[in-house]
Design a protein around this ligand. Structure first.
Ligand SMILES: NC(=O)c1ccc[n+]([C@@H]2O[C@H](COP(=O)([O-])OP(=O)(O)OC[C@H]3O[C@@H](n4cnc5c(N)ncnc54)[C@H](OP(=O)(O)O)[C@@H]3O)[C@@H](O)[C@H]2O)c1
Length: 323
């Protein structure tokens, strides 16, 4: 990956050109894609960057819902959901936001509320809507239920802790280091577990008084952690996941699955309404993001090394106004 001069993108009908201010670095959609190991084919050369936030600089023909100067975030999915094919993704199948300018369909942008800075907006839009979608729409999380959030200080995990609390649930924040468990607890979790130094299942059973949790917000698929989390599910439990960066192939205790009528749900996605709601919640101080650092765009390579090294806590964000 290297910095190069390329012509500015030309916005077509229905598209806007965005002057990028912030774009976040993501483990799968940036690092795995760059490494050439993403599950779907990618065409080179590629400008990565799946969640650019910035200012509308130009309008293509027929754009009526945006104006020059609007502060916007962009949706990941370039196309509408279809029954037959997965949608193309910004920064994976079309040129993305590691750039001074990116073009996007105007209908795939959302206004950033006043008072919300660009790094916060791009991180909120990246994770919070997915957390709401997985927990509320797919796992059918109810107020008063217990949720175990794995990787609770990660991008999706930290959003999951807050989305679950927002929905009225009780949360166990689980992470692989004490300081990351604390991040989950500081975001509102009711209890915390370090799954690398404690017995995760035993702790979950102790905290839930032997009932087990109603929902596991998993998103890792580590062969050692997954069975421990799965065993912590109680009757009619639901495990929901959108992630496999911990390995991807895991043992499944099928007896626990059917005896307790458990459902395992694989899902991704988000709705524009959830993006809007999440940005407004963040602007009102009701939704927080954990940002490790903001680096100039020219340090994208170092940014990938930091994320790969798993040293910090929180997102690494690139500032495309600093080359
Ligand atoms: N919008 C979304 O957020 C979205 C949408 C679709 C899919 N996903 C998927 O969801 C997963 C989480 O994404 P994210 O952006 O939240 O990632 P992230 O910020 O890197 O967080 C991942 C967390 O997983 C934990 N982890 C446990 N085992 C790990 C391992 N072997 N390698 C790396 N991390 C490990 C880490 O916490 P500890 O070190 O504390 O264990 C880390 O905090 C990814 O697989 C991603 O592709 C996310």
């Amino acid at each position: 990956m290297r910095v190069e001069e390329v012509p500015d993108p030309e916005p077509g009908p229905g598209e806007v050109l965005i002057r990028v201010h912030a774009v976040s670095v993501n483990r799968t959609l940036d690092l795995v894609v760059r490494a050439g190991k993403y599950t779907r084919p990618v065409t080179l050369p590629l400008v990565p960057g799946v969640d650019p936030a910035g200012v509308v600089a130009r309008l293509g023909p027929d754009v009526t819902n945006r104006k020059v100067g609007d502060r916007v975030v962009t949706a990941l999915r370039v196309d509408r959901e279809s029954k037959f094919a997965a949608p193309r993704l910004l920064g994976v199948h079309t040129w993305g936001g590691y750039a001074e300018y990116v073009k996007a369909r105007a209908e795939n942008t959302q206004l950033i509320p006043d008072g919300l800075d660009f790094p916060t907006a791009c991180v909120v839009a990246r994770h919070a809507p997915t957390a709401f979608h997985l927990l509320r729409d797919r796992a059918r999380l109810q107020a008063g239920e217990w949720v175990l959030v794995m990787g609770a200080a990660g991008g999706l995990g930290s959003a999951g802790v807050q989305a679950a609390k927002y929905l009225g649930a009780k949360v166990i924040a689980a992470a692989g280091a004490d300081e990351r468990v604390k991040v989950g607890c500081d975001l509102g979790a009711d209890a915390g577990v370090n799954y690398r130094s404690q017995d995760l299942t035993a702790e979950v059973m102790r905290i839930t008084e032997d009932r087990g949790v109603n929902v596991v917000f998993e998103n890792i698929a580590d062969p050692e952690l997954f069975p421990k989390a799965f065993a912590g599910l109680g009757r009619h439990g639901r495990l929901v996941t959108a992630g496999a960066h911990g390995g991807g192939t895991v043992p499944l205790d099928v007896k626990h699955l059917y005896h307790n009528q458990i459902t395992v749900i694989g899902a991704t996605g988000e709705t524009p309404a959830d993006v809007k709601m999440s940005l407004e919640a963040a602007a009102a101080g009701r939704f927080k993001v954990v940002i490790d650092r903001v680096l100039p765009l020219s340090q994208a390579v170092q940014a990938h090394e930091i994320v790969a090294g798993r040293g910090g806590t929180g997102k690494v964000v690139l500032d495309a106004t600093r080359i």
